[in-house]
Design a protein around this ligand. Structure first.
Ligand code: PFF
Length: 454
């Protein structure tokens, strides 16, 4: 069953860090704070944590089972486990999601590069909050600058993907993940000590349930799937490179913990800072690009060299965190194309990069010169985000849960979770119960409530 040319992650830690590298990215530092801001703060975070624990982790384990069992791309995996059935459509929708997310995600990843170079050239120094706001608007609506960064980012992703699994993905993740942790922890401490930061901490910790409605549930569910890279076969694809002795449950718990920890810390960086400089928490996708430069200026007031080092390092690491996520998105589509259509890995990667450049350019322009063109009331950028995070990922997650919970032979699942009987697993029954009943029901209820009734 194994195809030995595909490559594998060299070590267990490397495998966990690569999966965590996929999970940790702009979803944590950019999307989580603005979704939290748009959906009322602490109550959203509580629902989000519930989604991660009760739905995200079991579905991540299910993806690991499918991936490591089949050692192939997401469409091939369903074809192997359920030959001749329509289950492969779950994989196909996953591949479409990969194209869509990679396209709009790279736009924001490109913005981080602009900010990194701005930091390197000391461009933040001495600016007021109002000036940061104006600078962001001028940049994000400029017709060509964001496009150059977008294309550069996609080319960087392409180069790593073309190099292969261990050399490209694993070694990269191992180096940058620990650095990112240290830096965001220091920044969170700086942010909560800014003058007037208390209101931001309160926003994060004091739930106001009067703001909770079905929309908040769907937003939290979508954010959990997006942040954990779930529901579209990314973690299946990565698990197809896991070794036989990787402990799937422990790996899933580690990835979930790391991802959640980074998201919460990002909240503690952004909101205290936003309240401190008087920026509304529901500023949307621009939130981190307007608040963060202020944090650097004010937190290290009087120590300009420290402000300089921190801002350069932060945007560098954010760009790298985004890169480890774009790599995983690209890998889903590339692995599918080269394995299923029997063409070379390099050529497959080229097709993916080229199509995402086109979609990404459209997404980027839809935030600037084309912002008056709306589809279903949304810009093309927002449409790609909505269709993936709020439709395809939760739907894919529910179907993956049903597949492993009901369709897949239980012997296969047990063998994978216990590494052919060599590990003792106490949570097996609970995982299967959630996959069979809880996850599909919860996702469908949230879906129907928001999309059909609301
Ligand atoms: N989880 C990534 C993040 O939080 O930035 C984004 C992402 C990567 C979503 C891979 C989906 C995916 F398959």
């Amino acid at each position: 069953m194994e195809n030995n040319d595909r490559g594998k992650f060299g070590s267990k830690l490397g495998a966990i860090l690569a999966a965590a590298g996929s999970a940790v990215g702009l979803g944590n530092v950019w999307r989580f704070p603005y979704e939290t801001g748009n959906n009322g703060g602490a109550a959203f975070i509580l629902i989000y944590l519930g989604c991660v624990l009760a739905l995200g982790l079991p579905i991540m384990i299910a993806e690991f089972v499918i991936g490591r069992r089949t050692h192939t791309n997401i469409v091939g995996a369903f074809e192997k486990l359920a030959p001749g059935t329509q289950w492969k459509w779950v994989g196909r929708i996953g591949v479409i999601s990969a194209f869509f997310i990679l396209s709009f995600y790279s736009v924001i990843a490109g913005w981080t590069l602009e900010y990194m170079f701005e930091a390197i050239s000391n461009g933040f120094s001495g600016k007021t909050p109002g000036e940061f706001d104006a600078a962001f608007t001028a940049f994000s609506t400029s017709p060509w600058r964001p496009l150059i960064w977008l294309i550069l980012f996609l080319v960087a992703t392409h180069v790593i993907i073309a190099r292969g699994v261990e050399k490209g993905i694993e070694s990269f993740s191992k180096l940058m993940m620990p650095m990112l942790f240290i830096l965001i922890t220091v920044l969170a401490v700086c942010s909560v000590t800014l003058p007037g930061a208390g209101a931001g901490v309160e926003f994060l910790l004091k739930p106001d349930f009067s703001k909770v409605n079905s929309q908040v549930f769907l937003a939290a569910l979508g954010q959990a799937f997006f942040s954990l890279s779930l529901g579209m076969g990314t973690l299946c694809t990565y698990a197809s490179y896991f070794k036989k002795d990787t402990n799937l449950i422990r790996s899933a718990v580690s990835v979930g913990l790391i991802d959640t920890f980074v998201a919460i810390l990002a909240g503690f960086i952004i909101f205290p800072a936003a309240f401190s400089v008087g920026i509304e928490p529901d500023a949307g996708p621009s939130l981190i690009f307007i608040t963060l430069p202020n944090v650097f200026q004010q937190a290290f007031d009087g120590l300009p060299w420290l402000a300089y080092i921190f801002s350069v390092l932060f945007y560098l690491l954010l760009a790298v965190a985004a890169l480890t996520s774009t790599i995983s998105l690209h890998e889903v589509a590339t692995a599918y194309i080269y394995e299923e259509f029997k063409i070379s890995r390099k050529r497959a990667a080229l097709y993916v990069t080229a199509s995402c450049c086109v979609l990404g350019i459209l997404a980027s322009l839809s935030l600037g010169v084309g912002r008056d063109i709306l589809i279903f009331g949304m810009s093309f950028f927002d449409l790609l985000d909505f269709v993936t995070a709020k439709l395809f990922l939760p739907l894919g997650g529910a179907l993956i849960a049903i597949f492993v919970g009901w369709y897949l032979n239980k012997r296969i699942t047990r063998n994978e979770l216990t590494n052919e009987g060599t590990l003792k697993v106490n949570s097996y029954k609970a995982i299967i119960f959630i996959l069979r009943y809880v996850a599909p029901t919860a996702i469908m209820v949230i879906f129907i409530n928001e999309l059909l009734i609301a």
